[in-house]
Ligand binder design. Structure first.
Ligand code: CA
Length: 369
C-alpha cells in the first residue's frame, strides 16, 4: 500500500465538516456522465475486463456498474474540503466535546471484553481504539450516507488529479463486496469511499480488516467487534510500540526555531537530542521517562492552544503511527486527547458503579481523575 493511498484513508468526517462553498474543478459534460454502463463507457468496460480476468464474474460486474450513477456533489465536496485549514484549538473543539467523551466511555464499557482482547493481542490501548472509532463515526452512529459505488466511480473516472487512486479504490471495493457477498450498490460511506465503523477505504479494508469474532465475515459495516479488532490490527501492522508514550509536553523558545520543521506527518527523522539542541525540552509528567532515550525519534509539534497562545509538544513514534491512519498531526492529537478523556471518564463511571454496588463512598471521583 502506498502512502498516498493511506493518506486518503479517512479524512471523510473532517471533509464533511469543512465542506461547503466548494467550486467544481471538474468540468464534465452531461453526455459524458450520463451513465457508467459498461456498454457506453469505455473506462468501466476496461474495469470489467480487468476484474473479470482476476476471477470476478463478468455478468455481476456488468450488472453492478450498469446501476452506478455519476454524482457531481462528490467532486464539489472534494474541492471544498481542501480549502480550509484549522488550527489546533479549533480542531480540538470539534472532537473533544463532552458528549463524545461520555459516549466513548459508554462504548468502552459496552465492548470492554473485546477491547481488552484486542489490546492484549495487538498492544494498542483500548481507549485509543475507542477514540479512533469515536472521531471517525461517533462510535458507529454516522458511518456515511453516500453510495460508495457512485462516489468511487465518479472520483475514479472524473477526478481531475486523483482518478487513478480512486479507480484503484473502486476496484478494491468491488472485490470486497463480492468476497463478502454484499451488494455494492447498497454500501454507504463517506463521499471519498471510506466505510464502516472505522472508515476504512477499500484498499485498507482489504489489507487490514480482520474477522475478530470469527463468524467467517470481515464486517466493518455493522459489526463493532470486527471493527475493534481491525483498528488494532491496522496500528499493529503500522508498528505500534506497546507501552511507548504517544507524546510529551515540552517547553521551548518564544518563537519556534526555524532550523527544524514542526507538525510534519512524514517519517520522523529528528531525535530527542536534535530538538533539545535547539532548545525544546520535555517537561511535566513523564518528562524523565521520555528523556531516558535521547535517541528516540520525535515529531516536533507547535500548536495553537488559543488564538494567541502556542504550545510545544513532542510526538513519539506512536504519534507517527496514528498519523498513518490519517496524515494529520491535528487528527493524531485529537485522537490522543479524546482517548485520555475517555479513559478518565470510564474510570469515573466504573468508580460510580463500584460505589453503588458496594454501598460506600470509598472511591470518590476525585480519586480516579
Ligand atoms: Ca466477523
Amino acid at each position: 500500500m502506498t502512502k498516498a493511498r493511506e493518506g486518503f484513508r479517512c479524512v471523510c468526517i473532517l471533509m464533511y465538516l469543512m465542506a461547503g462553498g466548494g467550486v467544481s474543478s471538474a468540468a464534465v459534460s452531461a453526455s459524458e456522465v450520463a451513465s457508467f454502463h459498461p456498454d457506453d463507457h469505455p473506462d468501466t468496460a476496461a474495469l470489467v475486463a480487468e476484474l473479470s480476468a482476476e476471477g470476478l464474474p463478468q455478468h455481476w460486474l456488468h450488472d453492478v456498474l450498469a446501476r452506478t450513477s455519476y454524482r457531481q456533489e462528490v467532486l464539489d465536496a472534494m474541492d471544498g474540503a481542501a480549502e480550509r485549514r484549522l488550527v489546533w484549538h479549533e480542531y480540538r473543539n470539534i472532537f473533544l466535546k463532552e458528549e463524545r467523551i461520555e459516549q466513548g466511555a459508554d462504548f468502552m464499557r459496552l465492548h470492554l471484553p473485546t477491547l481488552e482482547r484486542a489490546s492484549q493481542q495487538f498492544g494498542v490501548p483500548a481507549e485509543i481504539i475507542t477514540a479512533i472509532i469515536g472521531v471517525e463515526t461517533y462510535y458507529g452512529r454516522f458511518k456515511g450516507k453516500h453510495p460508495v459505488l457512485d462516489s468511487l466511480a465518479t472520483l475514479g473516472f472524473h477526478h481531475p488529479t486523483r482518478g487513478a487512486f480512486f479507480r484503484g479504490e473502486l476496484a478494491a471495493m468491488l472485490e470486497i463486496a463480492f468476497e463478502q457477498g454484499v451488494d455494492p450498490t447498497e454500501l454507504r460511506g463517506s463521499y471519498a469511499g471510506a466505510m464502516g465503523y472505522p472508515q476504512f477505504i477499500p484498499t485498507s479494508y482489504q489489507a487490514y480488516a480482520i474477522d475478530f469474532d470469527k463468524d467467517g465475515i470481515r464486517d466493518l459495516w455493522n459489526n463493532p467487534v470486527d471493527a475493534i479488532g481491525s483498528v488494532a490490527n491496522y496500528f499493529a501492522e503500522h508498528n505500534w510500540k506497546a507501552g511507548e508514550p504517544i507524546y510529551q509536553q515540552a517547553e521551548g523558545p518564544k518563537s519556534p526555531p526555524d532550523t527544524i520543521e514542526f507538525n510534519q506527518s512524514s517519517t520522523p527523522t529528528l531525535t530527542l537530542n536534535d530538538v533539545m539542541e535547539v532548545g525544546i525540552t520535555p517537561q511535566g509528567q513523564g518528562a524523565e521517562a521520555f528523556m531516558s532515550d535521547p535517541e528516540r525519534r520525535v515529531v516536533p509539534l507547535y500548536l495553537h492552544i488559543s488564538d494567541v497562545e502556542q504550545d510545544y509538544r513532542l510526538g513519539g513514534f506512536n504519534f507517527y503511527v496514528i498519523m498513518r491512519y490519517n496524515h494529520s498531526h491535528l487528527y493524531a492529537m485529537a485522537v490522543t486527547e479524546l482517548a485520555q478523556a475517555i479513559a478518565e471518564k470510564a474510570a469515573v463511571k466504573d468508580a460510580g458503579i463500584l460505589k453503588a454496588i458496594n454501598g460506600d463512598d470509598m472511591v470518590s471521583e476525585r480519586d480516579v481523575q
